[in-house]
Design a protein around this ligand. Structure first.
Ligand SMILES: [Zn+2]
Ligand SMILES: [Zn+2]
Length: 125
């Protein structure tokens, strides 16, 4: 399988040398630029209090994260071109750390300086 056979689930661009990619389960991927957008929207963007797209507020979420394959109650980032592609906040954080810590990848969190890393308990299940 060639790297270019691997597409970002969120923008459908193929993996290349200048497009860093984080793999989830079953080959689902999110690329660096999409991760930046997702990070800004969900982690930094004040969407913490926005409900995930659940049909029934008391029922299970109606979506499944493409990276961890779990239905979570986290706020999610939805692909603008593929409505079925959603990634949960936990995966955005994990993927962001993975890219950030990769010495071969030039990716940094899109912090605009005003990031307040509030101490909050990890999201329990
Ligand atoms: Zn992408
Ligand atoms: Zn996830």
């Amino acid at each position: 399988m060639l790297p270019s056979d691997i597409l970002c689930d969120f923008c459908e661009r193929p993996w290349s040398d200048d497009l860093p990619m984080v793999e989830g389960h079953r080959g689902s991927c999110i690329c660096g630029p999409c991760l930046s957008v997702a990070w800004s929207a969900v982690v930094d963007g004040g969407l913490d209090d926005a409900p995930p797209p659940a049909e029934d507020p008391d029922g299970p979420p109606s979506w499944t994260c493409v990276l961890c394959l779990e239905s979570r109650r986290d706020p999610a980032f939805q692909s603008p071109i593929r409505p079925e592609a959603l990634v949960c906040r936990r995966c955005i954080r994990l993927a962001g750390r993975a890219l950030h810590d990769d010495p071969g990848v030039d990716w940094s969190k899109p912090s605009s300086g005003a990031v307040s890393d509030r101490a909050r308990p990890e999201d329990g299940g």
